[in-house]
Design a protein around this ligand. Structure first.
Ligand code: FES
Length: 200
């Protein structure tokens, strides 16, 4: 697709490649322990959430209620179907899957993720919401969480921005005065709420 993948394809067996990183921060696992967790994901935004979800499920006794609200544009766009199936069977969590628009075989829920979140209405008491998805979904999800009683410090997201240097030098990934590569990608809503509507 681009320079890096083309260069990788040109390499022969035994070639050496170098990595730098990982950089940035991570999900605050210590802060999440003992809480109810509400995961809100859209489309490929499930990718960063699923490793955290699996970690939480591997240590299920450290957490209270777990809600997972995940949606995609269509049934074909739902990612990690095997994970969705596994979580759907897990009686210790409340798994809700939705699509913006179903097809002739879809018997599940329809509706945008923020709307479905409002219908499911998980309790904000001793809870943290972790949100990842397309920018528009993230932008509409925070007001719903606020309506449900979540304070900005109780909402976490992980952002994606076009990056270049990855080490906080070029300023390409900034959101307000924060650099996603260096200060993030994981932020509380309290940290980014002043910038999110205009820049994300
Ligand atoms: S990618 Fe260069 S500052 Fe973040």
């Amino acid at each position: 697709m681009g320079r890096v993948t083309n260069a990788l394809h040109r390499l022969g067996t035994g070639a050496e490649i170098g990595f730098r990183g990982p950089y940035g921060n991570s999900f605050p696992l210590n802060r999440l322990q003992g809480k109810s967790l509400v995961f809100v994901g859209g489309g490929i935004g499930l990718a960063p959430l699923r490793s955290l979800i699996w970690n939480v499920l591997d240590n299920r006794d450290r957490y209270k209620n777990i809600d997972i609200i995940y949606g995609a544009r269509s049934p074909a766009d739902l990612c990690f179907r095997y994970d969705l199936d596994a979580w759907g069977k897990d009686k210790t969590i409340n798994m809700v899957t939705t699509v913006d628009k179903g097809d002739e075989n879809w018997t599940g829920r329809e509706g945008f993720v923020p709307q479905v979140l409002e219908q499911v209405a998980p309790s904000a008491s001793n809870a943290v919401a972790i949100v990842c998805g397309p920018p528009i979904m993230i932008r509409f999800t925070f007001p719903v969480l606020e309506k449900l009683g979540f304070a900005p410090e109780q909402m976490i997201t992980t952002l994606e921005k076009r990056m270049k240097c990855g080490i906080g030098k070029c300023g390409r990934c900034n959101i307000g005065n924060l650099y996603v590569c260096r200060d993030g990608p994981v932020f509380t809503y309290a940290q980014i709420k002043d910038f999110i509507s205009s820049e994300y």
